[in-house]
Structure formats: C-alpha cells, structure tokens
Design a protein around this ligand. Structure first.
Ligand code: PMP
Length: 424
C-alpha cells in the first residue's frame, strides 16, 4: 500500500477501498476464486463483497472465463455493432419489465448520467428528484444529499460540483409518501425524473415498502415526470427482472451495471421505446462511447446471465440468504450490543444496533457505524472479508455455501468477545 500510495491517490482507484471509515491499512490481493480472495502474502479470505456485486457467480467462474477467452480470440472491440451486443440487449429486454430498448455504456455512473439526460430531453424539464442516502454514481448532479428533513435544493456532497448544478437536484427522504405527493403535486411540472434505488443499498440496506414505490409510480405518471429505477445493484440480483419484478412496478427508465457485465466494465440504460428515441442517432440527446458494447464485456455479461437462468439462480440465492440469516441470528442475539441483519435475497447488511430496522437514511444510528470498524477488523483477522464500511452491504454469490456462513458466524462470535464494550 505504501508503493500504491506513491502513484495512486490514497493508493486506491475507488475511495471506500482505502479503509478510511474502519481504519487500518487495506490488503492488496493477487487472485480470486469462487468465494475466496487471496492477498499478496498468500492469506485467503471468504469474500462477502464480491467486487461490490458483479461477481454473482463468484470469482473467476469457468463459464465466464471461457466466454471471455473465446471473445478475446475473436477481437476485443470492433467500434461497430457486434453480435454479442445484440444478444445481450435481447436478453436484458426479455428479462426486465418494460425494458423495450437498451443502450450499453461502461459503468453504472455513465448509465445513470445518460438516463438522466434522456429524461431531461424527453420531458424538456431540468429538475430531478433523488432520495437521501441513495447513490447513483459520481456524475455531478447526483453527488447531492439532503440538507435536512425538509425538501431542499441540494447542496453538493463533493467539492468540485458547482452549486448551480446541485440546485437542479431536489432531495426527499425515503419511505415518506406524503413528501413525495407534496413535491410532485406542487412542482411536478418542473421535474424531469424521480430516480431511486428501488432496493437502497448504499446507506446500509434500507428496504422500501411496495406502497412507497407504488406512490412514486403514480405521482410521476400524474406529473408527467419519468420514474427511473437505478438497478445497478438490484438488477438480476433481487430477481431476474430486478426490483421491478420483485415489487411489480414498472419504471419508465432503468439503469444497470455490475452483474450484467459479469465482472467486466459494463453499464446499460433503457426503458420505454418512445423515451429511448431520445438518444442520438434517433433523437437530440447526445450519448456515446468508444468501448461501449465491446465484445469481451458483452460476452462476460451474456455468459453470466445465461448461467443464472440455467442454475435457477434466484431461488438458490434466496435459499442462501435464508441460510445465512439462520446461521447468524443466534450469534447476533448474543452480541454485546443490539445487532441485527437486514436482508433482501442475497443482499445483506449487519446493523449493529437495536430498534426498528431503518427505512430511511436519517434513521441509521451513528452508534451502529462506530461499532463496525473493530468488528470488521476482527473478522478480517480471521479470514472473513466484509465491506470496509458500516454503510456498505454484503453480497452473496452462488459460490457461497453454508460452510462459509459457519466461518462468518464463528468469526463474528469471536469478534464480539474481543471488541471494546461501549460504556453502559
Ligand atoms: N448506482 C448504484 C445503485 C450503485 O450502487 C453504483 C455503484 N455501486 C452506481 C450507480 C455507480 O456504478 P459504477 O460504480 O459502476 O459507476
């Protein structure tokens, strides 16, 4: 890491990897296989991060490796339409509710940025609404969080984002229908889109009530604004058709990333055919990419999605999630502080506090975050890697099994005996 920090800011290519919120020095890895990561000193870890979601089949799955190898041999990128790109687009549109057309990009950030531009072009309106605690990548107008419990014009969460850009983003709290109705019924004719992670998973895991999502659907339709589901995490994870299928709510536009690239850089955005007439060349919204739809990434994504179908992945992932929950429940009950597990399918979150499970960012207890760092390190010392932040979720893959859950449970029980106790 000292070597890395000389040539890479903070030694990392993405900030959470730097362990800033849990302290200590990040590990440097040299390989991954199945449910395991191996560091440069040869120590192995059960990996519950799975590269933040893409590796739903585990690391280095043979089917994905083979597809990548075969694609590479035929040429990595054509800069022109490719067969696999069409096949992947057909697969996505066949799987996701209301996804009539889709375009590929190279990251989730790019997918969301493009979807927002399309929504603005389609509606000829500028404002967008996002929810406090939802992350949609690092495009300027999305690096904005709520100032308070009131509807605020957003203030940038990051330096380098002009206030003027942030003012185009309105922030609402999750889980509050009234606030949605107030805003959309009053100011709806200025709003291009409401964007949400339908399974919010970037501020802990904050599962929403179906009624709340249904209200978004109804109110955006009434206001002539578009509803965008950011399914970068939830797409092909919480169901084959993502959260849209799980909750039975069809957005106008959806964004994807992670799983659809099988571990290579891929994002996608799409939705209603009339809205998807906006991007060039059909319409006036410019959007492009040199490596968009490249043959290798498309092959990795297609191999992953086809295998998920063949393995009936979603019921298997639900069973795995259930098994994890069953294994951890007694350990969490015996923790020195209140501790619970929040779970949606194969997404899970250790919430180290009591009380009702939070459904909005403002309900997440700071005490839970303060307890997380020592637990994280105690687990890592025992060969179990969770995310290096209290606010990040855990990801299961089809390479995980109950043996891995037992290891996590044993390590967690040991960690709880070791962590400093808060004053009574
Ligand atoms: N949207 C959501 C919901 C995400 O979780 C992420 C990244 N974790 C993004 C967008 C941005 O994706 P990327 O990191 O590929 O740019």
């Amino acid at each position: 890491m000292a070597r890395a920090a000389r040539v890479i800011p903070g030694g990392v290519s993405s900030p959470v990897r730097a362990f800033t919120s849990v302290g200590g020095t990040p590990l440097v890895y040299r390989r991954g296989d199945g449910a395991y990561l191996e560091d440069v000193d040869g120590r192995r870890y059960v990996d519950f991060v799975c590269s933040w979601g893409p590796l739903i089949l585990g690391h280095a799955h043979a089917a994905v490796r083979d597809a990548i190898g075969e694609a590479v041999a035929r040429g990595t990128t054509f800069g022109a339409p490719g067969e696999t790109e069409i096949e992947l687009a057909e697969h996505l549109t066949g799987a996701y509710p209301g996804l009539e057309q889709v375009r590929f990009v190279s990251s989730g950030t790019e997918a969301v940025m493009s979807a927002i531009r399309v929504a603005r072009g389609f509606t000829k309106r500028d404002k967008i609404v996002k929810f406090a605690g939802c992350y949609h990548g690092h495009a300027d107008h999305l690096l904005v969080a709520a100032g308070s419990g009131l509807v605020t014009f957003g203030h940038p969460t990051s330096a380098g984002v002009p206030e003027a850009f942030a003012r185009e983003t309105l922030i609402l709290p999750l889980d509050d229908e009234e606030r949605v109705m107030d805003l959309l019924q009053r100011d709806g004719d200025r709003i291009a889109a409401v964007i949400i992670e339908p399974v919010p998973a970037n501020n802990g895991l904050l599962p929403q009530r179906a009624e709340f999502l249904a209200t978004l659907r109804e109110e955006t339709r009434r206001a002539g604004a578009l509803l965008i589901f950011d399914e970068v995490i939830s797409g092909f994870r919480v169901a084959r058709g993502g959260a849209a299928e799980r909750y039975g709510i069809t957005p106008d536009l959806a964004t994807f990333g992670k799983i659809i690239g099988g571990g290579l850089p891929v994002g996608a955005f799409g939705g209603r055919r009339d809205v998807m007439r906006q991007p060039a060349p059909l319409g006036p919204v410019y959007q492009a990419g040199t490596l968009s739809g490249n043959a290798v990434a498309m092959a990795a994504g297609l191999a992953t999605l086809r295998l998920l179908d063949a393995l009936k992945a979603w019921s298997a992932l639900e069973s795995l999630g259930g098994a994890l929950e069953k294994t951890l429940t007694p350990v969490l009950a015996a923790a020195p502080f209140a501790a619970q597990m929040v779970r949606v399918g194969s997404l899970f979150w250790l919430y180290l506090d009591g009380g009702p499970m939070p459904r909005a960012a403002g309900q997440v207890s700071p005490a839970a975050a303060a307890r997380y760092g020592p637990v994280f390190h105690a687990l890592l010392n025992r060969g179990v890697a969770l995310a290096p932040s209290a606010y990040e979720v855990g990801f299961l893959s089809l390479a995980h099994d109950v043996g891995h859950f037992d290891r996590l449970a044993t390590a967690l029980a040991a960690a709880f005996t070791q962590v400093p106790q808060p004053p009574a």
